[in-house]
Design a protein around this ligand. Structure first.
Ligand code: GCV
Length: 678
């Protein structure tokens, strides 16, 4: 009897466990595939670990025609791109490189899973960027700076002996979207990463990633020579220091012959750098560049520098780097955050893009949602990435988009690269929020082809990650495509920025005024609300950051009437009763935006609940409960910001807008214990 009961119980549980999905397979689920084609249907000469992976994917997951994999030297101009052509009895994938063949295999698998037309295929793919790189902000103790999906994937304690199966899964996921480079450790770098024992661990990861076409890079600490080996200093003009880096480079390349290079955060937020010795960023970067040059390595030198000076933070990277243009070695590339402040929900683009005419530049995006609700909020980031890449800098005349400046079209750069701070941790589903997987996916796809639309990327991702049923795809796509603007609306509409609570950057703290700390980390520094109005005056009467933009943008932004309204408070201090284009006053518009953002999240909840039958139980519930948090947070943001700004506008919240449900004093008391400094 007892047994019988157990059977019944198991029987009842089976349907749920079968359908339960934990998200660990990302967009590589293949839910309807039992077997792929048999090995004799794969035509390929030669054996190579990358080709072996391609064969594995085909025999496990590909259900179509026979496939021929061909390396073809005449396709050199496609770099690691490929062609896919169908003939009567097979599909032929050709590439100059083995990795291109693997990319081609992932491409046809994507077509199969999205139920795309597989007849008469004739595809040519060439990547937009050579280096498509994830920056992990993982510390050697296993924590992750701004990581919201658990601890680091890298088990430094276990390496080099014990190898987690997830290293390979991670590499496979990256290869499936064309990511070919990773920085393993935080830009706030521990010198220890360059110790012999750590390099031996790094080597193991590099060996695992190599067949998937992925090169390893490291963030390095500028003081490493002094800290690790007791040199008298780490001055880049000191011969001993230069030799130390040369020796370190040859030690690394002995272990990892295809090592990619270094990423460096120097003289920024307390990190050491060449300026500690009165030298310039160029002196520092060039010293490292010379050490890596014989081995083909590159230096990605970050432009994220600012200090608590009188100068507007939005100008500082420009002022620091423009005078150094032309002074960098040809294996240095300047890595620039998309905006001039710090990964805000919306920023104007960084005026440094296009301002360096002789030095290659690359974008740094942030996939991890430091300023976008961590892994609690559903925010699809492709529209943010696209907005930046499609921004016209006018630096080489009209049409000088950031995409064209960084991909080599306008600058003929020797190195082209694009980077983003990863949102990956050891959580079962890799990214915490199931929908945050879409941001990893979207970055990879855009790094491969920046002309893809946010919509197309969302469409692919939804179909592969959930289902291709249009009744699901359509509403979910609508949520995703509107979600970034929704987050801007309930957090920081109309160009407001950096009004986050200090430290964790999660909730609102527009009242934050750190007089005794760093004023440039204070929300009041950024919104400047007073009885007259709100917003940061960056015109001639203010910080004049507008002058850093090329004409006609400098004029466009100087004039409040021509400044896009979604950036109006970024560039102007705007009177509360200023008339917006829709006839509302600024105050009314601000209220309306916060309200719209909040209501949109409530609508996402309704939509998601209606879709329950299309999603497995576990993922459905997980997304549902995070949407609840997002909805609560949106009300928190709206009430905190409107009640606070109301103290200055001294006007009622328009009566057709949801009433606040909090008291400002209560919100001001909230102190989340989420750690971190600024
Ligand atoms: C890695 C912001 C973040 C820091 C980060 C820094 C950077 O200030 O809050 O956590 O540090 O950017 O990008 O260097």
């Amino acid at each position: 009897m007892q047994n019988f009961k157990a059977y019944i119980l198991i029987f009842l549980l089976i349907p749920f466990s079968l359908f339960a999905e934990d998200g660990s397979q990302l967009w590589l689920r293949f839910p309807n595939v039992k077997n792929g084609i048999s090995a004799d249907k794969i035509i390929s000469k030669g054996n190579n670990p990358t080709i072996e992976i391609a064969k594995y994917e085909l025999t496990n997951f590909w259900q179509g025609q026979a496939v021929e994999l061909r390396t073809d030297k005449t396709l050199k101009n496609l770099k690691d791109g490929y062609t896919i052509k169908s003939s009567s009895d097979k599909i032929i994938i050709s590439s100059n490189k083995e990795i291109g063949l693997l990319y081609g295999v992932y491409h046809i698998l994507q077509l199969q899973e999205t139920k795309s037309n597989l007849e008469n295929i004739n595809i040519t793919e060439k990547p937009s960027y050579d280096v498509r790189i994830l920056n992990h902000w993982d510390n050697l103790d296993g924590t992750i700076e701004r990581g919201y999906a658990g601890h680091s994937l890298w088990k430094w304690e276990d390496l080099p002996n014990k190898i987690s199966p997830r290293y390979k899964e991670y590499a496979r996921a990256n290869a499936s979207i064309g990511i070919n480079s990773v920085v393993l450790n935080n830009v706030n770098a521990s010198p220890n990463i360059l110790r012999k024992d750590y390099l031996e661990k790094v080597k193991i990861l590099a060996d695992i990633f190599r067949p998937y076409g992925i090169k390893v890079y490291l963030s390095v600490n500028f003081s490493s020579p002094k800290v690790l080996d007791g040199l008298e200093n780490s001055d880049p003009l000191n011969k001993n220091v230069q030799n130390w880096w040369k020796g370190k480079a040859s030690e690394i390349y002995k272990l990892i012959p295809d090592f990619g290079g270094f990423l460096v955060k120097a003289n920024s937020e307390g990190q050491p750098g060449p300026q500690d010795y009165g030298r310039t960023h160029a002196d520092g970067a060039n010293m490292m560049a010379d050490a890596l040059k014989p081995f083909g390595g590159i230096i990605m030198w970050r432009a994220f520098v600012y200090s608590p000076s009188k100068e507007d933070r939005a100008k500082q990277a420009y002022l620091e780097f423009v005078p150094l243009d032309g002074k960098f070695r040809d294996n240095v590339i300047i890595q620039i955050k998309n905006g001039p402040i710090d990964f805000q929900p919306r920023e104007a683009f960084n005026p440094l893009f296009g301002a360096l005419k002789k030095t290659p530049e690359m974008v740094e995006f942030q996939i991890t949602q430091e300023y976008l609700g961590f892994s609690n909020h559903l925010v699809y980031l492709a529209p943010l990435f696209k907005e930046n890449l499609d921004s016209d800098t006018y630096s080489f005349g009209k049409g000088s988009t950031i995409a064209k400046i960084t991909d080599g079209t306008l600058m003929k750069n020797k190195i082209t690269a694009i980077s983003a701070v990863a949102n990956i941790g050891e959580d079962t589903n890799w990214t915490g929020h199931h929908f945050a997987q879409a941001n990893w996916y979207a970055f990879g796809r855009l790094a491969w082809n920046h002309d893809l639309s946010s919509e197309q990327i969302a469409d692919e991702w939804i179909k592969m990650t959930f289902t291709d049923d249009q009744d699901f795809v359509k509403p979910v796509k609508e949520i995703m495509l509107s979600s970034r603007e929704t987050a801007v609306d309930y957090m920081m509409p109309l160009g407001l920025h950096h009004i986050f609570a200090s430290g964790h950057h999660y909730g609102p703290e527009p009242w934050g005024d750190y007089k005794n700390g760093r004023p440039d980390w204070s929300p009041v520094y950024y919104h400047k609300a007073d009885a007259n109005g709100v917003g940061f005056d960056r015109t001639k009467t203010g910080s004049n950051a507008v002058s850093l933009y090329f004409p006609p943008l400098n004029e466009t932004y100087e004039n409040i009437k021509t400044t896009p309204e979604n950036l109006i408070l970024w560039f102007h201090h705007v009177p509360w009763n200023y008339k917006m284009k829709d006839g509302k006053t600024l105050w009314e518009e601000l209220c309306f935006k916060y309200d719209t953002g909040m209501k949109n999240v409530r609508d996402y909840q309704k939509t998601w609940d209606k879709l329950q039958t299309y999603v497995d139980e576990d993922r459905f519930k997980s997304v549902q409960s995070r949407l609840k948090i997002q909805a609560k947070d949106a009300v928190w943001w709206k009430d905190a910001c409107l009640l606070y700004f109301q103290k200055f506008s001294k006007q009622p919240i328009p009566y057709d807008i949801e009433r606040p449900v909090h008291e400002l004093e209560d919100l001001e008391k909230i102190k989340l214990n989420m750690g971190h400094h600024n």
